[in-house]
Design a protein around this ligand. Structure first.
Ligand code: ZN
Length: 282
């Protein structure tokens, strides 16, 4: 593991590399609504699971590069003042929903709560897309709440971040998905090879073999300064040495990583169905 990775310094270089190598950065709503997509682009998404202040700094750093991305907030991380500030910077605010897990799998109850929470978000900002939160401690997959008669479009949403995006890392004509879950990118490009570190990802943009990328960066995994970096490293080292106080948390994180990877893979199967659903409701 490259422990010097996932710093704002690296993130700054990643944003710079995208611009220098001709990649347009798109929000999820941009990606879903544009009639024509650019030749090279990165769909950039952030799941704000925690650490809202880091998300805010990330949003400002992106704006300084003239980059707009999508920030998905949970009900627990949604702060009206901060989301309004991010929207004013040009970013998209989306809903990182987790109702099905929270209500123990009751789909009707999940819809009611989803509708309420979405309306609460919309009192402050425009919300055009939603994104499932991986609830690792629940046996219910939040994504499973979507049904034929209640697609995201029924809630005036353009789409869902997993369901409405089709990814295939092995095909350069398709969108390739990479996520910082597990503190490594873990994507394989057929030309470049394994993309693990942010330096690899920067090189991938320079090589240019992957013209369409879908990047998920969790703000909570990145450090803005040395104290935050030291905190992350200490946390990782403690987890590795098996200290009892930290290990259970670490294993939960690992599960979350596996879960989200599996989620990305399994959702590919439901995409065609969802696309049909969405297009039949246009
Ligand atoms: Zn999440």
């Amino acid at each position: 593991m490259n422990i010097r990775d996932f710093t704002f310094e690296k993130y700054d270089r990643l944003l710079e590399a995208a611009g220098e190598n001709g990649y347009d950065v798109l929000t999820v709503a941009d990606y879903l609504s544009r009639d024509e997509l650019p030749e090279r682009y990165v769909v950039l998404r952030h799941d704000v699971d925690r650490k809202v202040d880091i998300a805010r700094s990330m949003a400002h750093l992106e704006a300084s590069h003239d980059v707009r991305s999508t920030y998905y907030f949970r009900t627990s991380t949604f702060d009206p003042e901060i989301v309004t500030e991010l929207e004013d910077l040009g970013h998209e605010i989306g809903y990182h929903y987790e109702e099905l897990a929270r209500v123990g799998g009751d789909i009707e109850e999940a819809y009611d709560r989803f509708e309420e929470n979405l309306a609460a978000f919309r009192r402050h900002v425009d919300v055009r897309t939603a994104c499932s939160h991986g609830s690792p401690l629940s046996s219910h997959l939040n994504l499973d709440m979507w049904q034929d008669d209640r697609p995201p479009a029924a809630f005036d949403l353009l789409g869902e971040a997993y369901l409405s995006t089709e990814t295939d890392d092995s095909d350069p004509d398709e969108l390739s998905y990479c996520s910082d879950t597990g503190r490594h990118w873990g994507m394989v490009d057929p030309v470049y090879g394994l993309v693990e570190t942010t330096d690899d990802l920067i090189e991938l943009l320079e090589v240019g073999s992957c013209p369409q990328l879908y990047v998920l960066a969790h703000p909570g995994r990145w450090s803005r300064n040395r104290p935050e970096f030291v905190e992350r490293v200490a946390w990782d080292l403690a987890a590795e040495s098996g200290k009892q106080a930290v290990k259970p948390v670490h294993s939960i994180q690992q599960r979350a990583g596996t879960f989200s990877g599996a989620l990305a893979r399994t959702t590919a199967r439901s995409i065609m169905i969802s696309r049909q659903l969405l297009s039949s409701r246009k």
